[in-house]
Design a protein around this ligand. Structure first.
Ligand code: C5P
Length: 206
């Protein structure tokens, strides 16, 4: 089975020395790639800028922006079949600056207004494979996750409240629930990110 995993943040550059991003460290996605490789699956990990070692047996493609991530995912899934899997754990920036300046902007050149344009939704735009997404929420966790699961055409979504203790950006643990398109909920206890990852790949191989 072929699996493509996205992980980490994206960076959306304003000029050569400034960007928009988020605190994602890539730990959850790297754990998913590791767990999938442990099963003997053919794993491509498309990683935003993170400081993590590539798990054993995993092919890694490094990217910076959401548009680069989309293009790397499309390449990795070029001849994929309907049994292959796309697992999107990356915290993709939803917006990018309308243009990136070629040289560093001077303070006097900035007027305090940054014009943003929408980034593509990578998970939504991938078609023809089994898809799993993540929903990092701060309120109405289950309802929001169920909506995203349906809207993005997912087999299931992994929902977590990033404000809960032991959860969220940079932690080694996570407390998640798997939610299906029909709203079925499977809640897991607080586990290491690797244990959560093994539960995800276990669910996919059932
Ligand atoms: O809609 P939201 O960003 O909360 O959805 C989260 C899910 O969608 C995650 O699996 C994330 O990796 C994926 N996503 C994506 N491309 C985007 C935004 C989110 O693949 N531009």
């Amino acid at each position: 089975m072929r699996v493509v995993v996205t992980a980490g943040p994206t960076r959306e550059y304003i000029d050569p020395v400034r960007f928009l991003s988020n605190p994602s460290t890539g730990k959850m996605g790297f754990a998913v790639a590791r767990a999938a490789a442990e099963r003997g699956w053919d794993v491509t990990l498309v990683a935003g800028p993170v400081a993590l070692k590539t798990p054993k047996g995993v092919k890694r493609v490094d990217v910076t922006s959401a548009r680069e991530m989309l293009s790397a995912v499309k390449d990795a899934l070029a001849d994929a079949s309907k049994d292959d899997v796309f697992i999107a754990t990356a915290a993709v920036a939803d917006w990018r600056p309308g243009k990136c300046a070629k040289s560093k902007l001077k303070k006097r050149e900035m007027d305090g207004v940054l014009r943003l344009v929408r980034n593509p939704d990578i998970l939504k735009s991938v078609k023809g494979v089994r898809k799993v997404g993540f929903a990092a929420e701060t309120k109405d966790v289950l309802a929001e996750a169920a909506r995203k699961c349906r809207e993005k055409g997912l087999e299931f979504i992994v929902a977590n409240d990033v404000t809960a203790p032991g959860c969220g950006f940079g932690t080694d643990t996570n407390r998640v629930a798997f939610i299906g398109p029909d709203g079925a909920i499977e809640s897991l206890p607080l586990l290491s990110k690797l244990a959560v990852a093994r539960r995800i790949v276990g669910k996919l191989s059932r």
